[in-house]
Design a binder for this molecule. Sequence first.
Ligand code: FMN
Length: 209
Amino acid sequence: MTRKRIVVGISGASGAAYARRVIELLVAADVEVHLVVSPLGQRLLHDELGMEGVDLAALAGGRADHGITLHHYRDVGAAIASGSFRHDGMVVVPCSNNSLAAIANGLSDNLLHRAASVALKERLPLVLAHRETPLSLVEIRNMEQVTLAGAIVAPTNPGYYMLPRSIEELVDFIAGRLLDLLRVPHELHTRWTQSPANFRAERDDAKSE
Ligand SMILES: Cc1cc2nc3c(=O)[nH]c(=O)nc-3n(C[C@H](O)[C@H](O)[C@H](O)COP(=O)(O)O)c2cc1C
């Protein structure tokens, strides 16, 4: 089986922890990760995770052997800017209103937006983990437009039916859904099991194993 290849874009919306967890899980699943981070995305990595620059090992859960390829945001000549670059999907996590608008309207003057626009034209999976609330008609229309073009809008709003006890469990809820959408297997305990009591018992069993 050939190795999966996923493009990850980090834009300047709140929720850097989602990006870190998704990347950590992709690396753990032996996925080849191609990463592009917007300047505001980099600021969020700093503000919310205390990261200096784009620390690839830290994004990969402390693994020095992460194998992540970091592409420069301004390099619209990078491999992932081309439709000839084959991959298994792209996720923008978190996805700002600004990046949603650019992607929905075909703007591609930076590598994050260009790679997303290429995913749409090549009919490759594109998942936008949008974060903002409330929404104006502008965002709602952009969501409609990008959905009609083939993207999946996956807002970063976790369910509470799994009775989360920590921020990490809330982050995992979203990270697990995003990996499901990218068809990347994971063993996070994020699947509903018909009642909160069942869910809690199974989760606690899994954690004590
Ligand atoms: C601390 C901070 C938090 C932000 N959070 C959000 C957010 O949750 N959602 C959003 O749409 N924009 C948010 N923004 C604004 C975006 O970063 C801004 O619109 C920027 O132009 C996005 O550019 P990008 O899409 O190229 O990253 C935030 C900005 C800062 C500084």
